[in-house]
Design a binder for this molecule. Structure first.
Ligand SMILES: Cc1ncc(COP(=O)(O)O)c(C=O)c1O
Length: 284
């Protein structure tokens, strides 16, 4: 079956889908995006994703390309036309097409692109055995709370992880605090069984998976501390894990080559992963 994309008003074959060379997303990374999981043919946590999209658009002063009702129709139509049961929908909004000039164009219509794809089959070894991360300097801008398409620092970081033979790179700010992964949020469990993750400030993206897990942690009665943590604290933690739309909850068992805890996925990480998967299978 051929893939279909939505590009500013039209459903087109994916191979022919294109935007103008003077789209500001292409020239300035002047745009935002969302990645929404599709589970059982439906969109997971659509509302918080759309809320975050609106927040990102507002922060960059880009008008919404259409109403939420219309956007919901496009998202569902893309899922339907691509026959996605388990996968993701990617949506991107840029400020639009205009002659190249840094300042906002006087008038431009936002460009909306929506694509979807089936999930690659996840490797069960990733959650059964856990994954490794390396730590790298956080070289990004100071508005990582905006889900901007300007991802080149994240791209370089993920490539460093690949070249180190691990799943993710945890970025570390100038004060030695871990901010987040290149496409995931970072968590540890202390020796007192308190779950720790950085509070949602400008240094991290407030993950929708992160938000769902915070609810789950409250429901399961786990202790939580939303605060920054250092590389040293992470390395001596009892457990560590990461979260994202495409990774769910993944245990982290090695940081910079050193084992976390006993080097195996910890009980709390496993419990929270199971609870998150239950939420994803039938969102509350
Ligand atoms: C930098 C960064 N942090 C965290 C996340 C996790 O966010 P979510 O749970 O909404 O997928 C992402 C997802 O792409 C990301 O790019």
């Amino acid at each position: 079956m051929s893939r279909i994309a939505y590009v500013s008003g039209a459903y087109v074959p994916h191979r022919q889908a294109a935007v103008h060379i003077e789209d500001r997303g292409y020239q300035f990374a002047d745009g935002v995006y969302e990645v929404i999981a599709v589970r059982g043919g439906t969109l997971l946590d659509e509302e918080p994703h759309l809320q975050r999209l609106h927040r990102s658009l507002k922060e960059l002063r880009i008008p919404a390309p259409m109403s939420d009702t219309a956007l919901g129709i496009v998202l569902r139509e893309i899922v339907r036309r691509n026959n996605i049961n388990a996968g993701i929908v990617y949506l991107q909004v840029t400020r639009g097409v205009a002659p190249r000039d840094h300042a906002f164009p006087r008038s431009a219509t936002p460009t909306l692109v929506v694509t979807a794809r089936a999930s690659r089959r996840p490797d069960p070894r990733q959650w059964e055995g856990g994954i490794g991360v390396v730590t790298i300097p956080d070289i990004r801008w100071r508005r990582c709370d905006i889900k901007s398409i300007a991802l080149v620092a994240n791209v370089l970081g993920k490539q460093q992880a690949r070249e180190a033979g691990v799943f993710e790179a945890w970025q570390v700010d100038g004060q030695g605090w871990i901010t987040e992964g290149t496409s995931t949020n970072a968590w540890i469990v202390t020796n007192e069984a308190t779950v720790v993750t950085r509070a949602a400030d400008n240094a991290i993206l407030n993950g929708v998976t992160r938000l769902a897990l915070l609810d789950i942690i409250a429901r399961e009665g786990c202790r939580l501390d939303e605060r920054p943590f250092t590389v040293e604290e992470a390395k001596t933690a009892r457990e560590a894990f990461l979260t994202s739309t495409t990774s769910d909850v993944l245990p982290v068992v090695r940081i910079d080559g050193a084992p976390v805890g006993d080097g195996k996925p910890g009980p709390l990480s496993r419990q929270l992963r199971a609870a998150y998967l239950a939420h994803a299978a039938s969102p509350a």
